[in-house]
Design a protein around this ligand. Structure first.
Ligand SMILES: Cc1ncc(C[n+]2csc(CCOP(=O)(O)OP(=O)(O)O)c2C)c(N)n1
Ligand SMILES: [Mg+2]
Length: 309
């Protein structure tokens, strides 16, 4: 339980620090934070092998952290430094870390799905035994590429696991105004694949569902769709005042988020351990920020490098 708590905290405190750096002017561009949704990457990635692949949306810092991407390199990338990830050129919305099996964030809604399918097809053709996970939001399920990819993955029995992080908002639009049937797991039988809906704030429930899906994918039996129900504790983007959220929505989310839940269940010994872990993680985060700040910014003569058109 302590390890799970630490993993959740590393993501939460990282996101809080990203926000303060953004507000302090040290991070250019937009940031989309995953506060409240941490249990999904932590649960899923506890069931993957280091050689497996992961692809996320623009709200994917948690997936990268749970995958083991270095915190200082992430901060450096977001600050536009010469990071080992993408040399400060991708920033928060588009970074990747192939050496960590992280295919990348993607700010084009739904676009991670076909990229993940490509990786899964390559794993299948080469018979590497790798599994690929793609995570996207409830707002992505009606993007054309997502159902196309679900269908292709189903007919080709690709080792691909689709995770819908259903936080019931697509930017500022509630899901009930966007989709008539809001139980997204219902999409799975339409493609002839298993679907499972889980409490996305419960690490163990997420891990159990993911474990089954990974077993199935690795055995060559094809994809699974997992709907993980969750809530975001922050705005869609860093400057979102969230006036569209009904009264009580955020307060309820704060009561039910994964870290608050663990704290609520802890006896006094465990609560003391959690506090010690939080303090250690806070130090780890601050050291990562200092190390990122010490990294150089790219030389302006390289501005056009990697620009293909
Ligand atoms: C192809 C495309 N269309 C529209 C947008 C604008 N847009 C950015 S985020 C977003 C909502 C996505 O919501 P969801 O998939 O539920 O993800 P969440 O933000 O809740 O994590 C939209 C429509 C975009 N980035 N890409
Ligand atoms: Mg959403």
């Amino acid at each position: 339980m302590e390890n799970t708590f630490r993993e959740l905290c590393r993501i939460r405190l990282f996101e809080e620090r990203v926000l303060s750096l953004k507000e302090g002017g040290e991070i250019p561009g937009s940031v989309h934070l995953c506060n409240g949704q941490e249990a999904i990457p932590v649960g899923v990635l506890s069931t993957l092998e280091p050689t497996d692949w992961v692809s996320a949306t623009y709200r994917g810092h948690g997936w990268a952290i749970a995958r083991g991407v270095s915190l200082s390199q992430l901060f450096a990338e977001f600050m536009g430094r010469e990071s080992d990830l993408n040399s400060g050129r991708a920033g928060s919305p588009f970074f990747s870390s192939l050496k960590d099996g992280f295919l990348g964030e993607n700010s084009i809604v739904g676009a991670g799905a076909p990229i993940a399918a490509g990786a899964a097809l390559s794993a299948k053709i080469k018979a590497t035994g790798q599994v690929v996970v793609v995570s996207f939001g409830d707002g992505a399920v009606n993007q054309g590429v997502v159902p196309e990819t679900l269908n292709l993955a189903a007919v080709l029995d690709l080792p691909l696991i689709f995770i819908v992080e259903n936080n019931v908002y697509s930017e500022m639009s509630p899901i009930k105004d966007m989709i008539r049937s809001t139980t997204l797991v219902e999409r799975a039988p339409a493609f002839g694949i298993p679907g499972v809906s889980v409490d996305g704030n419960d690490v163990q429930a997420v891990a159990d569902a993911s474990y089954q899906a990974v077993e199935r994918a690795r055995a060559g039996k094809g994809p699974t769709l997992i709907e993980a129900k969750t809530a975001r504790l922050v705005g869609h983007y860093s400057g979102d005042a969230q006036q569209y959220r009904p009264a009580g929505d955020l307060a309820q989310a704060r009561l039910d988020e994964p870290i608050a839940r663990l704290k609520l269940k802890a006896n006094s010994d465990l609560a003391a351990q959690y506090k010690a872990i939080e303090d250690e993680v806070a130090i780890e985060i601050e050291e990562a920020v200092m190390s990122a700040r010490a990294m150089s910014t790219p030389n302006s003569t390289t501005a056009k490098d990697h620009v293909y058109a």
